[in-house]
Design a protein around this ligand. Structure first.
Ligand code: DGY
Length: 426
């Protein structure tokens, strides 16, 4: 791709960030997702930092202004009413001054804020803004271990598929069977009015998503109760790797800012998490897998959640094995990295997290690959990502074999990641 072409893509990406900018936060895309989403925002800030550093800091600060008193950072902040989305604030009923959802999302904030800090051209601004954020991120990390790791296993569980970000992953098909569908209030989905229903989760999955929301709502969103009361408790290696990486990055950042207690706490979490992660390794699949905590068994399902641990400082033999796995997967699909193994009979190249390629995942995987010196594989994934953009535009996700753009369009975090692919390599 020529330099001119790369610059044109970068400019178009920056324009998408502007279009979706609501002043103090950015919506993932118009229509389908009209509020602020947690990990979308943190990853968006990384793209924004190339064009407007103060605005990038503000994106993360707005999210953390809605942190709960117990430390949780919710997955959606409903800044403005918009009935184009379901489930809205009335369904969650979390009783917040500004309504929010009652569950969380992958904790990329530590990772993102370190990125903003490291690349800041305005160092004094970065010092001031980072210093105010790190204790809040530390509180969020503390919340994870207190609320989602009650037996002190150093791995946290998700209690709702939406927390993983990988909403309808094949990984939780069996565990999700335990979530009932009876008794929920009648509802109308709005997502299928904005996006092709064949790209979205099924009605049965939605019924179960809503059953869990109603169940937690009946417990008044009390995080001292939700984990044990949930029939769905999944320890996801990808989610935990993100948390471990964020703890490690927060520790480095805190050290640079002279906040030694935060640094020490987070270093300790990262070390213990890393050791515990190894219990999720599957020799059979040659990658990490989820653990169903409620059933007490590993889930033999080969999703991208089991490749994301490349983000953390793995022992070399594990890193090598994950790169071998990526090579193997590339034999059966043109565009890396599919969200599920294309050789699995349940793979569905268009349906959200059951097969499609997501550029935020590609970004995190390539970051990890480069950090550990696997540059050839990183380059292969970066090139595939740019090719997808070039042919399919800034979609929410893409079919890994055909490259067909799927889900929402003009997608903020896809744009932010493209800026990162183009500039990071420069
Ligand atoms: C949705 O509504 O599709 C989201 O993924 C939930 O956060």
């Amino acid at each position: 791709m020529t330099e001119e072409k790369r610059q044109a893509i970068f400019d178009e990406a920056a324009e998408i960030l502007k279009i979706n900018d609501r002043g103090t936060y950015t919506v993932p895309t118009h229509g389908l997702y009209p509020f602020q989403w947690n990990w979308d925002s943190c990853l968006t800030a990384i793209g924004q930092s190339y064009v407007d550093e103060p605005r990038a800091w503000l994106e993360v600060e707005t999210l953390f202004a809605h942190q709960w008193e117990d430390g949780m950072v919710p997955h959606i902040v409903f800044h403005q009413l918009d009935d184009g989305y379901f489930p809205g604030p009335d369904v969650w009923n979390t009783q917040r001054p500004v309504p929010t959802s009652g569950i969380t999302q992958p904790p990329v904030a530590g990772f993102a804020v370190k990125r903003l800090f490291d690349r800041a051209t305005d160092k004094s601004l970065a010092q001031e803004r980072a210093k105010a954020l790190i204790s809040k991120i530390d509180q969020w990390h503390s919340w994870f271990y207190a609320s989602r790791d009650p037996a002190n296993e150093h791995l946290v569980a998700l209690i709702h598929p939406w927390e993983s970000g990988r909403d309808n992953s094949i990984d939780w098909d069996d565990a999700f069977e335990r979530v009932p569908t009876e008794g929920i209030a009648p509802y109308t989905r709005r997502d299928t009015q904005h996006a092709d229903p064949s790209h979205r989760p099924t009605k049965e999955q939605y019924d179960r998503y809503i059953w869990l929301v109603e169940h937690f709502r009946a417990l008044n969103w009390d995080n001292t109760k939700l984990h044990d009361a949930s029939p769905f408790q999944i320890v996801d290696p990808g989610f935990n790797a993100i948390l471990i990486r964020s703890c490690a990055d927060l520790a480095d950042l805190a050290e640079a800012l002279g906040e030694n207690a935060i640094a020490e706490r987070n270093r300790d979490r990262a070390q213990k998490g890393l050791a515990a992660l190894d219990t999720l390794w599957s020799d059979k699949l040659g990658q990490y897998v989820c653990y169903d905590r409620a059933a007490g068994c590993l889930i033999e399902s080969a999703s991208v959640g089991g490749l994301l641990p490349i983000l953390v400082s793995l022992p070399k033999h594990r890193g090598d094995a994950l790169v071998a796995r990526l090579s193997k997967i590339s034999e059966s699909c043109r565009y890396l990295v599919p969200s599920h193994d294309p050789l699995d009979a349940r793979f569905d190249g268009k349906r959200y997290w059951r097969g499609p390629v997501w550029l935020i995942i590609n970004y995190m995987i390539t970051d990890g690959l480069r950090k550990s010196g696997y540059n050839d594989m990183a380059l292969k994934i970066e090139n595939a990502s740019l090719e997808l953009i070039n042919t399919g535009g800034f979609a929410e996700y893409y079919h890994p074999t055909t490259g067909e753009p799927c889900g929402g369009g003009s997608f903020t975090w896809t744009a932010a990641m493209v800026m990162e692919f183009i500039r990071r390599a420069a």
